[in-house]
Design a protein around this ligand. Structure first.
Ligand code: ADP
Ligand code: ZN
Length: 753
């Protein structure tokens, strides 16, 4: 007589929206529970999966289940609340559960080979030559941009890092390392242990100031809110939100003995914020940042799981910290787009934080000076609690913001100066000269587009799509204006409907062009350029900000990324070169993004005793994003922006999903996008789900890294039909196996570019 084997469902890291049934061997190394890691045989390979529950074998269709090979851990890697969160992400974002689990666990737990044992010898790259000046650096790395990235990443990691880790972070070849070694700038050592760069940052224990009455009330209300509640903490910059977080954590962690998670948008850009938590909670804090090697990340994860550290601070993925008995989850700067993961699973860490708080009974705090409209509406309608801190601690004033009307500047400029004046107006140039003369520093923001251009008349009006109210994009061949949501087309030769003046093409300015112009006008200024497209991102970025802090730079010119590093007392001038560029991006959130950026700039500039000034150059001074940022008026902005999201409807009025098709061949991408749109149209007709389809159309960013991109937008008043349609599409349509075609569904997209 045979006893039927126990069957379980296993989530495997495969691009399929299903789980797999396996038989459990009679004897396993460790007990098998939901959330346990298992080693499963997949096409002759050993693959790590997660047991997600018992199985009735229905999926087997009469076939015999294969047996699991191993249960490697004594306790489940995913505790029950995290497994529930994984299930929710998989359902809502329509992502394979196995891929979700893999994204949630530290990378070292995702492979069937053993993670590096501590004490193992590694090749460590050590900084050995200094390049203190920016000019020296530019000169040294003129023909070796990859060496520069590596050098600056190493510098950022404290001057020591594992070779494998560096190569993996940059995606460069080992020859870049050899190049740097040959030049004597770095050397290779053998070592057995690595240092965590944050562990070495010394932080003095600090006593906290006494909360103001407004802060006290916020703290008390959050602590007294029911388990699982979400509270929006809407406080202007400088209103002391961080002290509120710290006091809430003191209560929850030190008094009540619970644990907590603090999410920050990007840790490399905000080391000071992290230091403030470490100054209060010391060794209780685990900082989860992208500089950690896989082994270090695993150590941090285990320390949290064992309860040795009870506060996790980190970016997006720290929301998955395996803490038991969670008391609070804090999402600082909750409006930031970086909380959305750009690859599968495309989750939003704020939404995951809310789900996890519900699951565990933790209090969830969403903090921002400029809350996302979705969040604001949820608070307005009573789904979230709301607390506002409308004043700066100590009553300090926000810096004056001057709007420079580029239309007037251009009218007043002599003809040969027009090109210069459209970049650098007379008032901004004068202000830069003043700062230089006084030995103070300036920051210039250029939110570049470069890839797509719009048309604007001299009065500042922009050609927009009549159906979608987003700006039309200029195309050269054939010359026309195109809506990248619905494919509406218009003549490029048209005149402005508001004032009758001809539309002119606005070319995106490059940071390099602006740098050259600045060099001509201010030949003695030490200018640093920060371009997210040319540096490998955050590490090089932090290195440049450090040089600004040590005053090796007079003018820092960069894209909106640098707005986050605006906390320098000697920076007394911030200029926004062209606010219109951000406003006119073909994305329904472009006004909101611009308002947030301008508010951030306006709120953070001139924090030091020398004060500061903000200049915003624009052809649209009466646009609500500019006007309301100038007067620091969030509610004013919301009151103008929300009605604009009603017709045509966009979030938060309804729900959105973006289905993106990409591939190496333009025609094949367009054809498959059309097939996808047809499939969706048919499904909608058949089931009457109430989902509106827009497109197919090329994405505003038509081509990224050699891949052509088209998209279809799905709008729905309710969530369930979107889930159903997306799931149906991803399981029902076959992606042709040619030209590397891919199909991706992005639920609640934060960017439609
Ligand atoms: P926010 O994050 O809201 O922009 P911060 O938390 O950075 O503001 O606080 C702004 C400044 O005010 C910081 O330098 C902080 O140390 C200080 N601060 C906050 N609360 C108090 C308080 N109750 N008493 C004195 N200083 C405070
Ligand atoms: Zn349109």
């Amino acid at each position: 007589m045979t006893v039927a084997a126990r069957l379980v469902e296993v989530a495997l890291p495969l691009p399929l929206l299903r789980t797999f049934t396996y038989a459990v061997p009679e004897r396993t190394r460790h007990p098998l529970l939901p959330g346990s890691r298992v080693v499963a045989p997949v096409r002759g390979k050993r693959v790590i999966g997660i047991c997600v529950g018992e199985s009735d074998g229905a999926q087997l269709g009469g076939k015999e289940a294969k047996a699991l090979l191993d249960v490697p851990d004594a306790t489940p890697a995913l505790p029950p609340d995290l497994l529930a969160v994984c299930r929710w992400i998989s359902e809502y974002y329509v992502a394979p559960l196995g891929l979700v689990c893999r994204a949630v666990l530290p990378a070292a737990l995702g492979s069937a080979t053993k993670p590096d044992a501590p004490g193992k010898q590694e090749r460590i790259l050590v900084l050995s030559g200094e390049l203190p000046t920016l000019l020296g650096r530019d000169e040294a790395f003129k023909r070796a941009p990859q060496q520069r990235q590596l050098y600056e990443l190493l510098e950022q990691l404290g001057g020591r890092a594992a070779v494998t880790h560096l190569v993996e972070q940059l995606g460069c070849t080992p020859s870049v390392v050899t190049g740097l070694v040959k030049r004597g700038l770095v050397r290779i050592e053998q070592a057995s242990r690595l240092r965590d760069p944050f562990a070495d940052r010394s932080v003095a224990r600090a006593a906290l100031p006494t909360p103001t009455p407004a802060q006290r009330e916020a703290i008390d209300r959050i602590v007294a809110s029911p388990p699982g509640a979400v509270t929006l903490l809407h406080g202007i910059t400088g209103s002391g939100k961080t002290l509120v977080y710290l006091e809430v954590l003191k209560e929850m962690v030190l008094q009540q003995g619970k644990s907590a998670i603090v999410l920050v948008p990007e840790i490399a850009l905000t080391p000071q914020a992290v230091d403030r938590f470490r100054a209060v909670f010391g060794d209780q804090v685990a900082v989860l940042h992208s500089g950690l090697s896989d082994g270090e990340r695993l150590d941090a994860w285990r320390a949290l799981q064992r309860g040795e550290r009870r506060i996790a601070v980190g970016a997006r993925s720290a929301v998955f910290a395996p803490l038991e008995n969670l008391g609070a989850i804090i999402v600082d700067e909750e409006h930031e787009a970086s909380y959305k993961q750009a690859e599968t699973p495309r989750y939003h860490a704020r939404e995951v934080a809310i789900m996890r708080a519900r699951e565990t009974g933790a209090r969830c705090v969403l903090g921002s000076a400029t809350p996302a409209l979705e969040t604001w509406v949820n608070a307005r309608d009573g789904r979230y609690g709301q607390i506002s801190l409308p004043e700066r601690v100590g009553g300090g004033a926000l810096p004056p913001v001057r709007v420079v009307d580029l239309r007037q500047e251009l009218r007043a400029a002599p003809a040969p100066q027009r090109a210069l004046r459209s970049v650098l107006s007379v008032p901004l140039e004068r202000a830069l000269h003043d700062r230089l003369a006084r030995g103070e520093q300036s920051i210039l923001l250029l939110n570049r587009r470069g890839y797509a251009s719009f048309v604007q008349c001299d009065e500042g009006h922009v050609a927009t799509c009549p159906n979608c109210s987003i700006s039309l994009t200029y195309h050269r061949t054939p010359e026309r204006l195109v809506c990248h949501y619905c494919m509406h087309q218009a003549s490029a030769e048209s005149n402005c409907a508001d004032c009758g003046l001809p539309f002119k093409r606005q070319r995106g300015l490059g940071t390099q062009q602006v740098e050259r112009l600045l060099g001509d006008v201010l030949p003695t200024a030490r200018i640093a350029r920060m371009d997210v497209d040319t540096t490998s991102g955050k590490w090089a970025h932090t290195a440049i900000l450090d040089r600004v802090a040590s005053h090796e730079v007079d003018i820092l010119l960069g894209t909106q990324m640098i707005a986050k590093g605006l906390d320098f007392p000697n920076v007394t001038l911030v200029g926004v070169i062209d606010a219109d560029i951000g406003i006119n991006l073909p994305d329904f959130r472009s006004s909101e993004r611009t308002f947030q950026l301008l508010s951030q700039v306006a709120g953070r500039a001139g924090r030091g005793p020398k004060g500061g000034e903000v200049f915003i150059q624009t052809r649209a001074p009466s646009h609500h994003a500019v006007r309301c940022a100038m007067t620091h008026d969030y509610l004013g902005f919301v009151n103008e922006e929300l009605p604009a999201r009603d017709s045509p409807p966009y979030p938060p009025t309804l729900r959105l999903a973006n289905v993106v098709v990409s591939g190496l061949d333009e025609a094949a991408v367009a054809a498959f996008a059309t097939e996808v749109a047809d499939w969706l149209t048919q499904a909608e007709l058949r089931f009457g789900l109430g989902v509106t389809l827009l497109g197919p159309a090329p994405c505003p960013l038509e081509r990224i890294k050699n891949r052509w991109r088209w998209h279809v937008l799905l709008k729905s008043e309710r969530q369930a039909p979107l889930t159903r349609l997306l799931r149906g599409l991803l399981t029902g349509i076959e992606v042709p196996a040619r030209h590397d075609l891919r199909l991706v569904a992005d639920r609640d997209p934060v960017s439609l570019l």
